[in-house]
Ligand binder design. Structure first.
Ligand SMILES: [Zn+2]
Length: 475
């Protein structure tokens, strides 16, 4: 007689002992143990007190398509297990059960699949029962039972586009307004072919079965092509995508060659480079310039990216009445957005960088105006960008005003249209008093020229929003 047979027969030899007869029970147990010991058949493993372990994939929702991973294990041996699934009618159907007679099984893995195709219920229960080979607990072994109630959701989210900008230009911006219907919706975003994600905010009357969403999107300047899909995913892993059909307008950005002179590389470059520990081992002035123009620039742009990537995903947008940004009165443009600047020293290319803003100049220390309301999220000095307040205009649109001489607002302050945020200057890597004006859509630098043009704003943003509102109101 082996151990499992002995355990299997226990029901006949030992009736469930009532509490009073506990002592007799113990004597019988001892007798059996002695019998086993005599037969050299028992080890200390038989007294194992550790129950089996059931590990089931942590999920509250199931789309019935992907199987659910389950693992059962025991430190000594599994005696038997049973897996039952609610078949959608409230009854439990056996998925698998087994009793191990004469082999030691310590670990089993399963992929639980849905019991039937036409599943009607909105929830299911997975029941797992495992017993180990221990003789503890009156020979019945250690036993574990778990019951998992899971919501069943087979429906994919439904996405409908309500309105979007007609086109998008390379390094430009666009808007998309759409609704998504799903009772267990988990996440919604717009993803470009290069993997960039833009997150929408709830739009207008965001109640009821469907949620309306609005998102700005940007075509990053470093991406040669652009295509974007709305992606909606629910808690059960069902997802849908919807292609956003924008007319694509290419744009070539200027490449300029700059020849550095030795005198230029001393002074400001050296003092900026000295803020970087890497440069203390370098005495080549061209390398100092490269550190400032590439390494320090990257660090500074990472800081700007962090501030401008915040989207208020739960804040409902009822209106987005943006007006053209005119940050300086009577300005003249001194450098355009998107230029690729190649720097040469003594005939050799030493560094390159892209100009991610628009340079504007007027009088020295001119007042810098935020033409749109928003919240000041940062007023710090950012390396080559110098003193640079950043304003959050909602929907992931941010404006930044660089090389300032002083700021006139506080961090966290909500500012109205026309607020003077700073005064121009030449802080950071600037060689004359000017304003470097940058606009970001969810951390992507975009062409400020678009957002400075009232016709562009009307056609591409505000008219699109107005037409989406009309569609929603008619629904
Ligand atoms: Zn600039």
């Amino acid at each position: 007689m082996n151990l499992s047979d002995a355990l299997k027969n226990r029901e006949f030899s030992i009736p469930e002992p009532p509490k009073k007869k506990k002592k007799i029970g113990r004597w019988i147990l001892l007798a059996i143990i002695l019998f086993w010991v005599g037969n050299s058949f028992i080890s200390s493993d038989a007294f194992d007190e550790e129950p089996p372990i059931v590990e089931i994939e942590d999920m509250d929702y199931w789309n019935l398509r992907e199987p659910i991973a389950l693992k059962i294990s025991d430190n000594i041996a599994i005696k038997s297990y049973k897996i039952l699934i609610d078949n959608g009618t409230g009854e439990r159907e056996v998925f698998k059960e087994e009793t191990f007679e004469d082999r030691v099984v310590k670990e089993l893995e399963f992929n639980i699949t849905a019991p039937i195709k036409k599943y009607k219920s909105t929830y299911t229960t997975i029941f797992v029962e495992v017993e180990d080979n221990s003789i503890m607990n009156w020979l019945s072994g250690n036993r574990v039972e778990i019951e998992n109630i899971i919501t069943v959701d087979k429906e994919r989210p439904k996405i409908s586009i309500l309105a979007n900008s007609y086109g998008i230009r390379k390094a430009g911006s666009a808007v998309a307004i759409f609704d998504v219907e799903d009772v267990n919706l988990d996440e919604v975003y717009i993803e470009t072919q290069s993997g960039r994600r833009f997150y929408p905010q709830p739009f207008y009357n965001a109640g009821g079965k469907k949620t309306n969403y609005i998102s700005l999107v940007a075509w990053p300047i470093e991406d040669e092509r652009f295509s974007a899909n709305i992606v909606a995913r629910d808690k059960a892993g069902n997802f849908s995508t919807q292609y956003l059909n924008y007319y694509l307008k290419g744009k070539t950005y200027k490449i300029s060659e700059m020849h550095l002179k030795e005198s230029f590389l001393t002074g400001k470059i050296q003092s900026l480079a000295s803020q970087h520990e890497q440069s203390s081992f370098v005495d080549n002035p061209a390398e100092h310039f490269r550190i400032v123009n590439e390494d320090i620039r990257k660090e500074n742009e990472d800081v700007i990216r962090a501030f401008t990537s915040v989207v208020h995903k739960d804040r409902v947008i009822t209106d987005f009445d943006i007006v053209p940004f005119i940050p300086l009165k009577g300005y003249r443009s001194v450098a355009s957005f998107g230029d690729l600047r190649k720097y040469y020293f003594e005939g050799e290319l030493v560094s390159e960088s892209r100009h991610m803003g628009l340079d504007l100049a007027s009088i020295r220390m001119a007042p810098v105006i935020s033409s749109n309301r928003g919240q000041v999220v940062d007023i710090s000095t950012k390396g080559i960008y110098g003193l640079s307040p950043i304003v959050d205009h909602d929907l992931g649109l941010y404006s930044i005003y660089s090389h300032c001489s002083s700021t006139r607002v506080n961090e966290g302050e909500i500012i109205e249209r026309g607020t003077i945020v700073a005064n121009t200057g030449k802080s950071g890597l600037a060689f004359g008093d000017h304003l470097h004006f940058g606009l970001y859509v969810q951390s992507i630098p975009v062409r400020p020229e678009e957002w400075m043009d009232s016709d562009w704003i009307r056609v591409n943003i505000t008219d699109v929003i107005a037409s989406a509102k009309q569609i929603i109101e008619r629904q």
